[in-house]
Write a protein that binds this ligand. Structure first.
Ligand code: TEU
Ligand code: CA
Length: 541
């Protein structure tokens, strides 16, 4: 059964870095409003806003201190209402980031929770020290530190799987779920069309005993996709979401295809789609900080595995936590334009709802940082501290961080070649990539051969084609350089062929060229470096 959120392209906005309008160096909601025409032209149908709520910004808004207030950096609730209304007028839906595994420690609930007698005590997870004085258990956090923090006021520790300013909520307490439901209704009643649910598969902690010691996330066997979380998701669906025209996409860490099915197959009544991470890990050893050469074969195999595993899912290559895709899976130097277009074809021709991260449509690249002083992200600074403790030399630490740091994707959008790339008239909160003189929105707007124009074309092609929108997927060939697959809908058959390499590649010419990222109409059995093509097979049944 077709649903509007399957057909539409989602565009993720990281508001701090999108467009500043008042010169404070921080992107804001009026800035998003001012760029709606560009997003409409691109063919965007849904916007996902990273958090714009009140927050002390320990983790750039993923630490929320009031779920019903807009951070003054971003504007006012009136600005937000105006954005929802204006987007709706352009037939653009908005989804909000729902961060409910944890709040900020500055949230009123947590402040009250510090009093052991308060009814809010049980909103969070408090434990005394062990008898020997040690931490309550041996778990480790996502941000390279311990995950227990002592609160001197009550003499007990609270659990935080992310930073110590992000205490985890206690989902054994039904009152917490009621609060979350009210927050969801508040936003749905305002007219938003759903939620991107932050780390949603770790809500319920089934036990707090010591975990099996692991290189990363010791303890995770007690909170990854526990039955308690499935129950919560089903009740959110039944009590709240099913009463609105909306959808959810869950950010689900460390999921396997089997876990993914339990979280997102329609008959489960939980989430509508998930973000899995496995394909984003095809260029690393064990943890993301140990990067290795990108292996297209591995990448294509993982994508195929996930295409086959779920009846519907997301397709994404970038977000605010990941380095830029053209710098990672393409070549951001010699074949910058070719490889960015190739990735556009792949993103928009796999089966699922495509997510574009701001700047991806103009081929923005990783940040050209020169030192850690330019990095703002808390995760990178924690990792640096941890590696330093392990006596990893400064040069190596810096190389690891530069390549993987989340700020690679968080640099301001490069709108034009005026000072500060047209992002702000003040001092930008995070540095701007110096390549903005060449690489910017306006330059690409004026160039019919640009990545931007190519995205528009590819999005329009997808919107008009049932096989691309909802056809079945089947992999035909996966090799060190090539990924070939078909999309089939009724009697329509498309073949998509992707060349991931800077060398030419032979392919079987099996149909009429619908689109080539290199602008060719006759392939002669060969793909150019980083070329991607879509072929139509007339005789198919
Ligand atoms: O991210 C969760 C997550 O597990 C990672 O992708 C995280 O970014 C980190 O890199 C782990 O190494 C979500 C948000 O997307 C992220 O921005 C937040 O920092 C995090 O949750 C906490 O809310
Ligand atoms: Ca601003």
């Amino acid at each position: 059964m077709p649903e509007w959120w399957r057909d539409r392209i989602v565009y993720q906005i990281y508001p701090r870095s999108f467009q500043d309008t008042n010169g404070d160096g921080i992107g804001d909601i009026p800035g998003i409003l001012s760029r709606l025409p560009e997003l409409k032209d691109l063919g965007v149908g849904t916007l996902w806003l990273s958090p714009v709520y009140a927050s002390p910004n320990d983790d750039n808004g993923y630490d929320i201190s009031d779920y019903r207030a807009i951070h003054p950096d971003f504007g006012t609730m009136e600005d937000m209402d105006r954005l929802i209304a204006e987007a709706r007028r352009l037939d653009i839906r908005i989804i909000m980031d729902l961060v409910i595994n944890h709040t900020s420690d500055e949230h009123e609930w947590f402040q009250k929770s510090r009093d052991p007698q308060s009814p809010y005590r049980d909103y969070y997870i408090w434990r005394p020290a062990r008898k020997d004085g040690g931490l309550p258990n041996n778990w480790t956090s996502f941000f390279a530190e311990d995950c227990w923090e002592l609160d001197p006021q009550s003499g007990e520790y609270f659990l935080h799987l992310f930073s110590k300013k992000q205490p985890d909520l206690n989902y054994r307490n039904p009152a917490v779920l009621r609060e979350v439901e009210d927050i969801m209704r508040f936003w749905l009643d305002k007219g938003v069309s759903g939620f991107r649910c932050d780390v949603i598969n770790i809500l319920f902690k089934s036990s707090l005993e010591d975990g099996k010691k692991k290189l990363v996330l010791t303890g995770s066997e007690y909170y990854l996709s526990q039955e308690g979380t499935h129950e919560i998701l089903r009740s959110l669906r039944k009590d709240v979401l099913s009463h609105y025209d909306c959808f959810t996409v869950g950010e689900t860490v460390f999921v396997t295809p089997a876990m993914g099915r339990d979280l997102a197959e329609p008959e489960r009544g939980e989430l509508d789609m998930i973000f899995s991470f496995e394909h984003m890990e095809s260029d690393q050893y064990v943890v993301k900080w140990f990067k290795r050469r990108f292996r297209p074969k591995k990448f294509s195999e993982i994508l195929t595995k996930w295409q086959d595993a779920l009846s519907w899912n997301t397709v994404y290559f970038e977000n605010h936590d990941q380095p830029r895709s053209v710098s990672r899976f393409g070549d951001d130097r010699r074949y910058w334009k070719q490889s960015a277009k190739m990735l556009a074809v792949l993103l928009l021709s796999l089966r699922g709802t495509p997510f574009i991260f701001q700047g991806q449509e103009i081929g923005m690249t990783n940040f050209d940082f020169t030192s850690l002083d330019e990095v703002r992200d808390i995760e990178s600074h924690n990792v640096n501290r941890m590696l330093k403790k392990l006596h990893v030399p400064a040069g190596i630490r810096w190389r690891m961080i530069r390549r993987t740091c989340r700020d690679n994707a968080r640099t301001p959008v490069q709108w034009d070649d005026t000072e500060n790339a047209g992002f702000t008239t003040g001092t930008p909160w995070l540095g701007i990539n110096k390549n903005y003189h060449m690489l910017n929105y306006r330059a690409e707007q004026n160039d019919p051969d640009s990545i931007l124009h190519f995205y528009r074309r590819m999005i329009a092609l997808r919107a008009a084609d049932d096989a691309l929108k909802s056809g079945s997927f089947k992999a035909l060939k996966i090799s060190r350089r090539l990924f070939v697959f078909e999309r089939r809908y009724k009697d329509e058959l498309l073949t998509v062929a992707i060349n991931f390499s800077p060398r030419k590649a032979k392919i079987k010419d099996t149909g009429r060229v619908v689109l080539s990222s290199a602008g060719r109409t006759d392939l002669g059995g060969t793909l150019m470096p980083y070329e991607a093509v879509i072929l139509r097979n007339e005789a198919a049944i």
